[in-house]
Design a protein around this ligand. Structure first.
Ligand code: SME
Length: 154
């Protein structure tokens, strides 16, 4: 099957997030709407959300999609590994990934992006797609851009 190019849709999300104002009281609302926008462009069956860093572990934050794992230990799963390595991780096919936590059997590929604010890792942007997907470099850049934009509201 041909690989879908998500770049343009992701860029439209970046523009959407840029359009939100800076009213502090609306930060949480903006975050929910930004994740909704991302979920919408990625389509039915996708999952998008934030895992928020606490001193001891990562906790499920705002998300769009089916119910998900509520806590993840540092280093565990793709999310925990992303947090510990402070690096974006893409997984083309989750069935082939050793350190993977399955929250929903319909998820087939995943990208996790670390979110750093003032030098401190505050969250991981986690995205699951319901199909196997080879993440192109320009898609990774676009996801990283979205994660950076979301920091405005964290
Ligand atoms: N698959 C993730 C767990 C979180 S869910 O995808 C929402 C992982 O391996 O860490």
């Amino acid at each position: 099957m041909q690989n879908i190019d998500l770049t343009q849709d992701l860029e439209s999300v970046v523009l959407g997030i840029d359009a939100f104002d800076d009213e502090t009281e609306l930060s949480a609302a903006h975050l929910h709407n930004a994740l909704s926008l991302l979920h919408q462009v990625l389509g039915e069956g996708s999952w998008v959300g934030l895992y928020l860093a606490t001193p001891a572990r990562l906790i499920l934050g705002p998300f769009q999609g089916t119910p998900a794992c509520e806590k993840i230990a540092f280093g565990k799963g793709v999310v925990g590994e992303c947090y510990s390595s402070e690096k974006t991780i893409t997984v083309k096919d989750v069935t082939k990934r050793a350190n993977y936590i399955c929250c929903d059997a319909t998820a087939k590929s995943e990208i996790c992006v670390p979110m750093k604010k003032d030098g401190c890792l505050v969250a991981v942007l986690d995205v699951d797609l319901p199909y196997v997907h080879e993440y192109a470099d320009k898609e990774v850049v676009a996801f990283e851009k979205i994660a950076a934009k979301l920091l405005r509201f964290c």
